[in-house]
Design a protein around this ligand. Structure first.
Ligand code: GLN
Length: 316
């Protein structure tokens, strides 16, 4: 594989690509190892390196990384015409692969993560949206049809929950609150990318504390709920690269729920719905806190793996 030689079809963009130089010192060993290898050999080598670094889904992740650097060509097209793949693309792959080998989450390496029907930008300032959290989106959509409803997302992070809800309900409007200005930047960019800026606002604040006398029909949250002691046992991707602010729920894992619920009835309109994500073993504890707060019809819902994942309740 030598310099860019492609000139037609999906490879057009590879020629004279004005992208930043990919000559980072850290990824030099990868570039050197791959010099002279063809695309299938590089692919095999990357799978082996990822697996050796303890990454279980090494084949799938290699496919994602290759797909990312080869676009707009597909992996299939590139494998069929490996001579057309520019060295610049392989140097880009080396940079991304090096980052992933440090156990940086794939979402942060690629800069985005699919959630619901959306493709959301992700940085180290936000929790990577997880498939589990789609259970919360589904529960709220099931409970409430379209209509002029106001939604509040407490600890919005990337904006994932709020934006997924608004994308499905054209008449809903919403506010996403977060303590982290850096997270709010990500959420705002996602709101723009999803074409939802007209209906989604983002504001800095600690849970609902800064929202005086506002009424919402739906309040949602995926707060930090991991017991502090458990934090150090998490996968390196989560422990070392995702914001502790979005994960650490204090000594019993329930600190954030207590704070959120302390303010909830002031913010939730009569008839309003509250829905939050929970840890697999927190169904009873969070349900009890919700009932103490004065919510009715409190129930727990399971995710696709059958684990308790969502608590909902109503301000009847
Ligand atoms: N489910 C996430 C995890 O296990 C935790 C999310 C949260 O604390 N809200 O990494």
């Amino acid at each position: 594989m030598t310099g860019p030689s492609d000139s037609t079809g999906p490879f057009d963009k590879l020629v004279g690509d004005a992208r930043a130089e990919f000559d980072h010192a850290e990824s030099k060993p990868l570039r050197e190892a791959w010099l002279g290898l063809d695309l299938p050999a590089i692919r095999t080598d990357l799978v082996q390196r990822l697996r050796a670094a303890g990454i279980e889904e090494a084949e799938i992740e290699t496919r994602h990384l290759l797909t990312h650097v080869l676009a707009p060509a597909t992996l299939g097209q590139a494998l069929a015409n490996p001579a057309l793949v520019s060295w610049q693309r392989i140097a880009h792959l080396a940079d991304l692969a090096w980052a992933r080998l440090t156990r940086k989450p794939l979402s942060q390496v690629l800069g985005s993560q699919p959630f619901w029907t959306l493709d959301l930008q992700v940085t180290g300032d936000v929790l990577t949206p997880r498939a589990d959290t789609e259970t919360l989106v589904e529960a709220v959509l099931k409970a409430r049809p379209d209509g002029a409803l106001d939604v509040l997302d407490l600890g919005t992070g990337s904006g994932a929950i709020l934006l997924a809800l608004l994308s499905e309900r054209p008449d809903w409007r919403g506010v996403g609150v977060d303590l982290s200005p850096a997270a709010l930047d990500v959420a705002r960019r996602n709101g723009e990318a999803c074409g939802l800026t007209g209906r989604a606002q983002f504001a800095e604040g600690r849970w609902g504390g800064g929202l005086a006398d506002q009424g919402f029909d739906i309040v949602v949250s995926n707060p930090p709920y991991i017991v502090s002691e458990v934090m150090k046992t998490l996968d390196p991707e989560v422990r070392d690269f995702e914001p502790a602010l979005a994960l650490d729920g204090g000594a019993g894992g329930l600190d954030a729920y207590r704070e959120i619920l302390a303010d909830l009835m002031r913010l939730l309109r009569p008839g309003g719905l509250f829905a939050c994500e929970i840890g697999y073993d927190q169904g009873e504890a969070v349900s009890a806190l919700a009932r103490e707060t004065g919510l009715d019809g409190v129930s727990v819902m399971a995710d696709l793996a059958g684990q308790d994942r969502v608590v909902i309740g109503y301000n009847s």
